[in-house]
Write a protein that binds this ligand. Sequence first.
Ligand SMILES: CC(C)(COP(=O)(O)OP(=O)(O)OC[C@H]1O[C@@H](n2cnc3c(N)ncnc32)[C@H](O)[C@@H]1OP(=O)(O)O)[C@@H](O)C(=O)NCCC(=O)NCCS
Length: 383
Amino acid sequence: MSHVSNRPATGTATLRAGLDGVLAGETRLSTVGITGVGLTYLGYSIEDLAEHATFEEVAYLLLYGQLPTQPQLKAFRDRIVAHRGIPPELCQVLERIPSSAHPMDVLRTATSMLGTLEPEKSPQEALHVSERLLGIMPGVLLYWYRFHQSGQRIDPTIGGDSIAEQFLWLLHGRPPEALHVRAMDVSLILYAEHEWNASTFTARVVASTLSDFYSAITAAIGALRGPLHGGANEAAMELIDSMRDPDYAEARLLEMLAKKEKIMGFGHRVYKSCDPRSDIIQVWARKLCEATDLMLLYDISERIEAVMRREKKMFPNLDFYSASMYRSLGIPTPMFTPIFVLSRVSGWSAHILEQRANNRLIRPLAEYVGPEPRPWQPLESRS
Ligand SMILES: CC(C)(COP(=O)(O)OP(=O)(O)OC[C@H]1O[C@@H](n2cnc3c(N)ncnc32)[C@H](O)[C@@H]1OP(=O)(O)O)[C@@H](O)C(=O)NCCC(=O)NCCS
């Protein structure tokens, strides 16, 4: 029997390891690394968004394709706040997840569990599910955290009227300072969307099979967790924490580079000279480290950056200075990547909607490097 397929003839297709430089589809949502354009969300520059917008405006922009009017923003904020409640079954699950679990696993499990309690019954519910996830995630994370830290069952519906404010409020158990809320809000804006990165691609692959919304988000959380992607902000903090002063940091870094170790929070697959988000977060990291007496941390970070630029011509990505900024807000390190989730849910959701609107199953090819065809060996004749 002859096998007919649309596989290109051997040797005619180019293999790009890690899909590096491969155009795999179209998006209207953001531009990453396009010369002269920089990072934009639906045409708005990241610099403008970080300076003028709130995270909720950015989430609305991503989900609905345009900036909200005042009444639209108010209604959107109200809906997100109304979505904060955690079903009792999910509270029970959160109480049973071990306190030793990584909070990313908590979010992954909670998203999956919510999908069993409130399944997406039809694609018309997609926007509702995205808003529900935006509303419930901070409370889920901090319900689990506070329950296992102090046995308290917090009320996840309180905490001001923004995601940034609610996160800090529930974490510390008191209303946060306005400066801290704004810093948090800016970091959520910077983390919201970034084209076809690994976790977004994962979400789109799942969506392309016509699977449900929760499955796509659950899978994306799994992809984000690794230190080469979202987990880099935690790994960067651990690195900075291991340094006692800038001179020691320089010496240690040189040793690490000599051993060809990767320095987390540096480098990027697409950006090759700078990450435009890093300049913005660095200003905030400096401002907050100054305000909270953590300048040693900031000075160590700056020295690491200088050594990386001098020795490797490498630049910090968003994750590097996010680390010291989050520390200055009193956020425990294992919460850093989960914060990325609270924000990126907006970008993932927008991509799932975009994939569904013009869907084709995502199914690339692999170059076969296995054995030549060979005859079947019966079990009893194998040695
Ligand atoms: C982001 C990242 C995965 C991009 O990877 P990539 O495009 O596949 O590049 P590679 O991992 O193949 O690296 C290419 C070269 O640069 C080096 N390199 C890349 N990132 C490095 C880093 N952070 N520290 C030291 N060296 C690095 C690699 O060792 C490799 O060197 P070699 O050619 O001598 O082997 C990579 O830069 C990295 O691992 N960074 C640290 C993790 C991180 O911060 N992730 C968040 C990204 S926003």
